[in-house]
Design a protein around this ligand. Structure first.
Ligand SMILES: [Zn+2]
Length: 235
């Protein structure tokens, strides 16, 4: 999440507001801990708190970007969990189960944990694709999930596809253990929602957009899919 927190001084207040708005703290309590009235008494909103997710501007590329949420929320604010059962493409015996958990949707980070077995040793691209339609296996899933129409990058880059989760690394035994905290994807609805889309592990390493070719800025030259699965709600 830190990658996307802008440097403006107003942000700590916004983050505090976000943190405590889930605990039913009232206006007086907000003021007591120094949250500015102006963030709370928004004309037309009464005493409804705002949740704001902020993304910094990138010079010569994009302006500051904000997502602002106010009651009545159109998303379920309770913690959400989803599971991916990865199945090998074709003859591959790649398998895995990957859990996605978002404690505070729609703006909190998502914890991605799990294991993959049967991989060739080394690093492999790990991406969420636009579609979750597996009728043609892992082949026709569209590009990397890219709601903001940006270029391919590393998970830590301010400019990246939302679906860019970087690489996973398998040992000589073919096993990869995954533990990622991603600030951008979400399990709620909205522009960054990934439930219903496909998670893919690729044959080659993702160059994270540093390869110097057009493909590098599209898919990291990560090669064909070894395995894929749909991100599906658990409850
Ligand atoms: Zn990408």
């Amino acid at each position: 999440m830190l990658t996307f927190v802008p440097k403006q001084t107003v942000v700590p207040s916004l983050l505090v507001l976000w943190c405590i708005s889930f605990e039913g703290v009232d206006n007086a309590a907000l003021q007591a801990i120094g949250v500015k009235n102006s963030l709370y008494d928004i004309p037309g909103l009464g005493e409804r708190p705002l949740m704001i997710k902020a993304y910094p501007a990138v010079e010569n590329y994009q302006s500051d970007l904000y997502e602002v949420y106010a009651e009545p929320y159109t998303y379920d604010l309770r913690a959400q969990a989803a599971i991916v059962v990865l199945q090998g493409e074709g003859e591959n015996d790649v398998k895995g189960e990957i859990m996605f958990v978002q404690q505070h949707p729609p703006i909190g980070p998502v914890l991605i944990r799990g294991n993959i077995t049967g991989l060739p040793a080394g690093r492999h691209g790990f991406h969420i694709h636009q579609s979750g339609d597996l009728r043609q296996g892992c082949d026709k899933l569209g590009g990397h999930f890219n709601p903001y129409l940006l270029r391919h990058g590393a998970p830590t880059d301010p400019i990246r596809h939302a679906g860019d989760l970087g690489n996973v690394e398998a040992g000589e035994d073919g096993k990869a253990e995954i533990r990622i905290v991603d600030p951008l994807v979400s399990l709620s609805g909205g522009p960054r929602g990934v439930v219903g889309r496909a998670l893919v592990v690729t044959a080659e390493v993702d160059d994270l957009g540093r390869g110097g070719t057009a493909d590098s800025l599209t898919n990291g030259q990560a090669g064909k899919a070894l395995a894929c699965g749909i991100i599906a709600y658990i409850r």
